[in-house]
Ligand binder design. Sequence first.
Ligand code: 2P0
Length: 356
Amino acid sequence: MTHKKLDGLKFTWWAPSNIALVKYWGKKEGHQLPANPSVSLTLNESKTRVELNVLKTEECSQNTPWIDLYFSGKKMPSFIPKIEKFFKHASEELPFLNDYKFLLKTENTFPHSAGIASSASSMAALALNLVELEQTVKGHNFSETEFWQRASFLARMGSGSACRSVFPHAASWGETDNFGSDLFAERVECHPIFKSMYDSIVVVNASEKKVSSRAGHGLMNDHFYGKARYHHALTNWHHSIEWLKDGSWDNLGNLVEEEALSLHAMMMTSRPGYILMEPQTITAIHLVREYRYRTGVPLYFTLDAGPNLHLLYPEEYRADVSKFLVDLKDQLGANVSIIDDKVGTGPYRIKEKEQL
Ligand code: 2P0
């Protein structure tokens, strides 16, 4: 151990989840490299706090695990393998991780498996803590740009979509002919209409998914429509960057719905194929479109890899949409809940004196 001693250090970051407008679905060879570029909006309320404690060497026996984890105050061994896998990859970049043991304390502001990407928020928060540790080891701070890029790079190793969660408002990840990298995401310039956009998340089923995203990505290898999908996503990426900039929400909203259904079409037509949408998902899609056609309110849906809907709309329609959401809930049934979120400004650090 030749580096500065990290014993007893503690960092805490909150990081939000994000919702993809253009979807990442399928990987290139390598570790967590996207087969196509994606674009997302950063959420505000749906976020994860990760406190990273470097254990003091004298506190660790041989039996102390490399990673120990508490989620909402309870030991959560089922979360550890994914984090250990992440640390293993991250330690190729940050070899000092092998010299210590770590205790993580985490909590979400939203129910686990509510259709909100908790791997995105948790891996982003964890990555930010690791960048702080790296700065301590190196004995100097990264520049502002380097810091966020490094956090995004490390977050990607934990979960692809997490690399987009470290930026305010909107982010893009993936190499294109004129922008971006597969290794980390970047902030995307966007019109003010998107900075205050709402996302009401309609939770029709909060149970664990039948097919994990990791497995879903894998099924894109040798997918009959794989090449066409990646070409389609790249075209949509170009449009989305342009429309994010100029504020063309109707154009972008239609594209976002097309992306959501394309994602699920890929799942349905993979081998084996599978369906994550539920009857209530389809009912909600019809109701959203019928409402939009009838009223002109620019309310558009998107889907993550699950049955729950994200309903996106500009702030000025908040009152109208709130009334629609009450009706929607009535029609979908008592087991449906709605989580109100909006676009946010990205992660933040909790200073030592403010820690719980
Ligand atoms: C996305 N999703 O762009 C897409 C759309 C879900 C649907 O990225 O294997 O948890 O950890 O890189 O990021 C979910 O997959 O997968 C996802 P890994 P991840 O947000």
